[in-house]
Design a protein around this ligand. Structure first.
Ligand code: CA
Length: 249
């Protein structure tokens, strides 16, 4: 699978968000600075999203990972440092490019010395051209990396090359049929498939299997992926089939 296809299904709403334009998430609590960054980034053709504190940033990143994060060091609720740590800890966002933005008053040695996991950092007040150059360089580096064959839906990450699946950071153990079923559903999030369509896609057209077999494997899949207190992401649509969805209906 191509990187583009993978990223599309990972993002779901990419078309509405930025189309082919790279999505940059600006995490900044100073409104004037956020506005200046948005203006300059949009002028360069990026699609800009904003978060005003660390918690909002983590929520947005979990819902739909951007292509790059500009992350202020000093933030309300959750610090930039902690946001960066959490980005690195989650399999779905481990490779997400992060540029840390720090104020001169903050201890530069500490920033440099700490293993924040940021790919780059820049000191306030910064030259906007210098910042844009770093954004460009990092996005170029990220897009030249080989396709990872990774699918992401909500808090589920599937690594196709390694044949492994996680929910949050918990490894899931799926049977081969459940793995293929989840892979297919993750490639087409929120789309409803009938039992017959799932049989064709997952089992193959030539194999004769009772449609009820699909129910059995959906049940096993649910059991494997839904932990205690976790949202059931497999939606049963009466008289229609199944979909991978976060909206409980
Ligand atoms: Ca700040």
């Amino acid at each position: 699978m191509t990187r583009a296809a993978t990223m599309d299904s990972a993002r779901g709403g990419q078309a509405e968000r930025g189309g082919a334009r790279p999505v940059v998430l600006v995490v900044e609590d100073e409104a004037a600075l956020a506005t200046m960054l948005r203006y300059n980034l949009e002028k360069q053709g990026y699609h800009v999203e904003e978060a005003v504190d660390g918690q909002e940033a983590l929520t947005r990143i979990a819902e739909a990972p951007p292509d790059l994060v500009l992350l202020d060091w000093m933030l309300p609720t959750v610090s930039g440092l902690e946001v960066c740590r959490q980005i690195r800890r989650r399999p779905a966002t481990r490779d997400l490019p992060v540029i840390m933005v720090t104020a001169r008053a903050e201890d530069q040695d500490a920033v440099r010395g700490l293993n924040t996991g940021a790919d780059d950092y820049i000191t306030k007040p910064f030259n906007i051209e210098a910042l844009l150059a770093r954004v460009r360089a990092l996005l170029r580096r990220a897009s030249s990396m080989p396709a990872k064959g990774k699918l992401v839906f909500h808090d589920i990450t599937m690594d196709l090359a390694a044949h492994r699946v996680w929910r949050n950071e918990r490894p899931l153990h799926l049977g081969p049929t459940e793995f293929r079923l989840l892979e297919f559903l993750m490639q087409h999030p929120r789309r409803v498939f009938s039992r017959e369509e799932l049989l064709d896609a997952v089992w193959g057209k030539d194999i004769h299997v009772e449609p009820r077999t699909v129910d059995v494997h959906i049940r096993r899949l649910r059991k494997s992926i839904n932990g205690e207190g976790e949202l059931d992401v497999v939606r049963t649509v009466r008289a229609a089939g199944y979909a991978l969805d976060t909206e409980v209906v």
